[in-house]
Design a protein around this ligand. Structure first.
Ligand code: ADP
Length: 259
């Protein structure tokens, strides 16, 4: 099976703080990998490195078989030009906690801008695709609205349509429901569940453990910059190999836990 994402011994520091310590991970095509763990574990940083919003200090990242950010020459690594980095980044569609829509652009423009600018799509083709994607996330008819006229759940669904418009190889979700009022969480998780069922490769950083358990094909538990354990939901939630995983899962799923 084709590995869409490969991280090998990735290290990342901010100043003296080691945020990712020797992180290695593989994600196959069509897989939905959940990433769980306490706050500060490095989960978001890992996604940001995969999306090339952050550089790494050592190790290798491959997306789609391409070495992220660099071309490997005969004698050295050459940093890719900006347009190439933009093309690579477009293969890793990112959905952020706080949506990050363009506030002064309509829903339709938010979804078509990337394909037109980065993928050189015609406006007509980009708009036709955007209308389809908006219908897919349950927002048919919202094309002319502005983000401020939408609920948080609707804005996040626009953000998912925007990411999909770039036809990404892998979608990266960075706690996509944690900024939402609780009654809006379900509509976003439903869209993500449909995407997972359609075979979209996804990495999902989430505190929604019930969702992760039901939808993810595998789950990685991260703590203090390391991947402690990767396994099926059954393994991670019912028979974790590592004591730290057991403690986290027990605490996070206990009825008295306070987040
Ligand atoms: P998580 O997503 O698991 O909560 P993060 O990846 O956001 O963890 O953060 C991991 C660690 O890196 C934390 O200790 C955080 O304070 C630190 N960190 C994240 N971003 C920065 C930054 N831009 N500068 C300095 N430290 C950062």
């Amino acid at each position: 099976m084709m590995q869409v994402v490969i991280a090998r011994n990735v290290c990342k520091r901010y100043g003296a703080t080691e945020v990712l310590k020797d992180v290695s991970l593989e994600v196959a095509q069509g897989e939905v990998l959940g990433i769980i763990g306490p706050s500060g574990a490095g989960k978001s940083t890992l996604l940001r490195c995969l999306n090339q919003l952050e550089g790494i200090d050592s190790g290798d990242l491959y997306v789609n078989g391409e070495f992220a950010g660099y071309r490997v020459g005969s004698d050295a690594f050459h940093q890719l030009p900006d347009a190439e980095v933009a093309r690579q980044r477009a293969a890793t569609g990112m959905v952020f906690q706080r949506f990050n829509l363009f506030a002064h652009k309509t829903v339709l423009d938010n979804v078509t801008l990337g394909p037109i600018v980065v993928r050189k799509a015609t406006r007509r083709a980009a708009e036709a695709h955007a209308v389809e994607l908006l219908a897919q996330v349950g927002l048919g008819g919202f094309e002319a609205r502005y983000p401020s006229q939408l609920s948080g759940g609707q804005q996040q669904r626009v953000a998912i349509a925007r990411a999909l418009a770039m036809q990404p190889t892998v979608l990266l979700f960075d706690e996509p429901t944690s900024a939402l009022d609780s009654e809006l969480v379900g509509e976003v998780l439903d869209v993500m569940r449909d995407l997972a069922a359609s075979g979209q490769t996804m990495l999902v950083v989430t505190h929604e453990l019930a969702f992760a358990r039901a939808v993810c094909s595998r789950i990685a538990f991260m703590e203090a910059g390391r991947i402690v354990e990767v396994g099926t939901p059954q393994q991670i939630f019912n028979q974790p190999l590592m004591q730290r995983t057991r403690e986290f899962v027990q605490r996070a799923t206990s009825p008295v836990s306070v987040h």
